[in-house]
Design a protein around this ligand. Structure first.
Ligand SMILES: Nc1ncnc2c1ncn2[C@@H]1O[C@H](COP(=O)(O)OP(=O)(O)OP(=O)(O)O)[C@@H](O)[C@H]1O
Ligand SMILES: [Mg+2]
Length: 385
């Protein structure tokens, strides 16, 4: 009997086999153990789209629960530029309260009493709790955040050794970067350091974290080290495919496995998308080179709908000619490209493709795709029009 498709090409969908994260998990345990002993060092995980940030943070939450710690996971909400500092801090406190594995009751929760004392109205409870802040009333946001964290800890400390707060996609805070300064100030507060055990682990795209990576930026320096999730290498990609296919009754030939790596270069979301499309095309439990083209086409279509949508519109005809030359001839040297495509001022278009993040320049006159599947998608997308 064939099993249902085991690939999970969806953001944040828990993979059937969660693998190849030994380094990240060891580092996590190291930080958690230090934190339990009072030495708390918050850090951030950076990774491109579909590189596995959400799955990793969710896994950390599970690990926390196995260690007499409490995990609290949430996705950073898009913040607008005009949001007030008080609304920002309320967002953090509210998100933590909604996602900790304990329900705070109004009659004995120190946090809820504190909020009440600040004159903030508490609506709902548990997962639906929200705070209604009276805009005319001034509350110092930093004090509110510090007291809030302090009292969350007081409420739960009898049940747990450590609270691990996992905030996913903090690039969503990019319009209100002050949130990081607020957080840093509060987490450096002596009372928080001495009286609480809360470890923050953030995740962000690299783009979103760039402003803080500049030399000596205090925020960048505070959430260190930056762990970067890069693509899987060949061996790890094949291991991923093997693990996902295990016990399904479907096998991919070695040639297909190699090709998946060649095309996706070990990008997680792409590997799952291509694996999934090929799986759907299996014949008698096998996926061979005969199924490749159809599977690839379907994976392209899927990636087009889920991630690449709209990118093609921003690419000029001359840029497409270059993309096609790179795809068709596999030639990444400028000399090679300019021999195949006759475009005057080709350097300008190459530069634009680099600025758009589609190509990267290796050495003078040599280029390659940042994302081969995107290159192929752009080429096919134009061919079909
Ligand atoms: N360690 C892993 N082993 C196998 N598959 C994984 C692993 N981590 C993530 N995946 C799979 O890879 C894909 C991308 O994962 P995930 O959604 O966690 O990435 P992300 O960086 O959060 O992406 P996004 O940019 O959409 O937020 C999903 O299909 C997920 O099931
Ligand atoms: Mg994610």
């Amino acid at each position: 009997m064939l099993k249902p498709n085991p690939f999970t090409p969806k953001s944040g969908l828990e993979p059937k086999a969660f693998i190849n994260r030994e380094e990240e998990i060891n580092f996590y345990f190291k930080r958690v153990n230090e934190a339990i002993h009072g030495n708390i060092n918050h850090y951030i995980i950076n990774g491109a789209w579909g590189s596995g940030k959400t799955s990793l943070l969710r896994y950390f939450k599970l690990l926390a629960q196995g260690q007499d710690c409490s995990g609290c996971y949430f996705i950073a909400r898009e913040l607008t530029e005009n949001i007030s500092d008080m609304e920002i801090t309320a967002h953090i406190i509210q998100s933590i309260v909604r996602n900790i594995p304990y329900k705070l009751a109004k009659k004995n929760s120190k946090l809820l009493k504190l909020i009440d004392a600040f004159g903030i109205q508490i609506l709902g409870s548990g997962f639906n709790i929200s705070f209604q802040i009276d805009k005319d009333k001034y509350i110092d946001p930093q004090i509110f955040l510090a007291d809030g964290l302090l009292n969350i800890w007081r409420d739960i400390s009898k049940h747990t050794n450590l609270l691990v707060v996992l905030i996913d996609d903090v690039q969503n805070y990019s319009k209100a970067k002050r949130i990081f300064t607020l957080l840093k100030n509060v987490l450096s507060d002596k009372r928080i350091i001495d009286e609480t055990k809360i470890l923050f682990i953030l995740s962000s795209t690299i783009e979103g974290w760039k402003p803080f990576i500049q030399i000596n930026h205090p925020i960048g320096r505070f959430f260190i080290p930056r762990m970067e999730l890069s693509n899987f290498d060949r061996e790890k990609t094949i291991k991923l495919l093997d693990e996902v296919l295990k016990d399904t009754g479907v096998a991919f030939t070695d040639s297909v496995l190699e090709k998946i790596f060649k095309y996706t270069e070990g990008h997680l979301f792409q590997t799952h998308s291509l694996g999934s499309a090929l799986y759907d095309n299996q014949k008698n439990g096998m996926v061979t080179d005969g199924e490749w083209d159809k599977g690839l086409e379907e994976a392209m279509f899927y990636l087009g709908n889920t991630v690449y949508e709209g990118i093609a519109e921003g690419i000029s005809d001359n840029e497409i000619k270059i993309i096609r030359a790179l795809n068709l001839f596999g030639n990444n040297k400028l000399n090679g490209i300019s021999r195949k495509v006759k475009i005057s001022g080709i350097n300008v278009y190459l530069r634009r493709l680099v600025d758009k993040g589609i190509l990267r320049s290796l050495r003078r006159g040599e280029y390659e795709f940042n994302d081969k599947m995107l290159g192929l998608y752009l080429q096919n997308n134009r061919n079909n029009k």
